[in-house]
Design a protein around this ligand. Structure first.
Ligand code: NAD
Length: 360
């Protein structure tokens, strides 16, 4: 199959959908890969790296002319002209939030498989997980930095030093983001508490962290108890398909020490802190009632090299299947089928159809 990898053109997107290693594996399997010149630069992969791996370099139009196009972000309006009926598109799409793109894919008759709806039988979302891992780990780095006095924080070193107790990190939500945040915070030497509503999850966390973190049932009372000694609060809650609940309300901020930091990773779902709003890497924080708020909605964008490698580790097995078998891979791999969002002019994902009030 001929596979195309265009350069991401969404503002500040530095990831790329395929590494030179991925290209090499596809070429070895007998496929042809066209990579747009400069596609890998933001992730520190040069054109020469891709050429050495066996790719042909070309323009955006050359990459989009392939039978299958593999991307990171959804096509933006200037890319709609590349959509066509015999194109297989594999990328993050988030169609429920993007009616114009949905209409463009349907009008063009493109077969589009969305990373975020590829789903295993146990409900897990393997192509969302790597970005949650990155964001979870990054949340502690960001929080530790913003706790420093020169950038407005309360001047606490999370690990403490001999003779001085460590900082307290409170993590609300013990899923993928929360667990990865806990690993990093623990690694820095902080005292970590994770709250979750799932007793099973708390038991699992207690097991894997060997009792070295504190687990607590997520409740308002427990949060109110923890906030007066919390230096860094990380929001990591997810209720699939719903807006995050506001677990930390504005009046609760006054319980926290002045200069404490909130990193609400769940901001992309509205956030679990009432006072959070989305921010950017250029201007990541703001202050409310003396508490530093960090609400970057695309945290993995800060570390595109790691994010590209983490994402492609997970996407490439599906890319290989799609390249080898075309759409028949959807029958062969049950996880891929829920990923199909549009096919020959029809909407094939129920939540997206429901979001638009379309007949299903
Ligand atoms: P996950 O499903 O793995 O974990 C969510 C956890 O929240 C679950 O363990 C669940 O039991 C728990 N939970 C639900 N209600 C709760 C409550 N009331 N109190 C405490 N815990 C509760 O999800 P995840 O992959 O860890 O993602 C978490 C959030 O981070 C999502 O909103 C996701 O979209 C977001 N995210 C943001 C970025 C970013 O750049 N900002 C990047 C990746 C993920």
């Amino acid at each position: 199959m001929h596979i195309g990898v265009p350069k991401e053109i969404k503002v500040k997107e530095n990831r790329v959908a395929m590494t030179p290693g991925g290209v090499e594996s596809l070429v070895r399997r007998g496929h042809q890969v066209t990579v747009e010149s400069g596609a890998g630069v933001g992730s520190s992969f040069s054109d020469a790296d891709y050429e050495r791996a066996g790719a042909t370099l070309g323009s955006a139009a050359d990459a989009w002319a392939a039978e299958m196009v593999v991307k990171v972000k959804e096509p933006i309006s200037s890319e709609y002209g590349y959509l066509r009926p015999d194109l297989l598109l594999f990328t993050y799409l988030h169609l429920a939030a993007d009616r114009p793109l949905t209409d463009a894919l349907l009008a063009a008759g493109t077969t589009a498989i969305a990373y975020e709806t590829v789903q295993h039988a146990d409900g897990s979302l393997p192509l969302l997980m790597p970005m949650s891992e990155v964001a979870g780990r990054l949340s502690v780095q960001a929080g530790a930095y913003h706790l420093q006095k020169p950038v407005g924080g309360r001047g606490v070193l999370l690990g403490g030093v001999p003779g001085v107790k460590p900082g307290n990190v409170t993590i609300v939500g013990g899923g993928v983001v929360g667990t990865n945040a806990a690993k990093m915070a623990m690694g820095l030497g902080a005292h970590v508490t994770i709250l979750d509503v799932s007793q099973r999850r708390l038991a699992y966390l207690d097991d894997v962290f060997f009792g070295r973190i504190t687990t607590m049932m997520s409740s308002e009372a427990n949060l109110r108890e923890l906030l007066p000694t919390t230096d860094l609060l990380i929001g990591a809650v997810l209720i699939p398909g719903a807006k995050a609940p506001h677990l930390v309300t504005r009046d609760m901020l006054s319980l926290m020490p002045e200069g404490a930091v909130i990193v609400d990773v769940a901001v992309d779902q509205g956030g679990c802190v009432e006072t959070i709003h989305a921010t950017t890497h250029d201007d990541p924080t703001y202050e409310v009632d003396g508490i530093i708020h960090y609400g970057v909605a695309n945290m993995p964008g800060a570390v595109p090299r790691t994010s590209t490698l983490a994402l492609t580790n997970q996407t490439m097995p599906y890319v290989f299947q799609l390249a080898d078998q075309g759409v028949l891979a959807l029958n062969a791999n049950p996880a891929l089928l829920p990923g199909l969002n549009t096919y020959q002019g029809s909407l094939t994902n129920q939540p997206v159809a429901t979001a638009f009030g379309m007949h299903w």
